[in-house]
Write a new protein. Sequence first.
Length: 125
Amino acid sequence: MALETLWLRLLHHLASAWTCTATWRYLIHGRNIVATEQTSCFEACLLASVFATLKRAAELQGRSLTDFVVSAAHDAAQRAIKEQAILRLSAEDQQRFAEALIQLPAPNAALNVAKRLHLENVEVR
């Protein structure tokens, strides 16, 4: 058995002591074995009907069940995260926001002083 293979088996054994069996991906560069990415495991119990639906969908796309489920879950997670970043306003709030932008209040004394100081001290080219 080649030295690289022994090292690979040893590293995999050590890594699997702390994480799941599909733990590390390795690249062999000459005599060096490099762990490139750690993977994590996820297990779920499903109703048989849900499992059958997922399996059928994966087959229709020519993908493994694992690939299909991980891809779909990842897409859903990214959408959920992105949706949280979107500011949602009711129609009434949208109306108030637009009115606040259109009907700006008159500048107060502090703003007038700041404007005067800016005009005096900043050279505009």
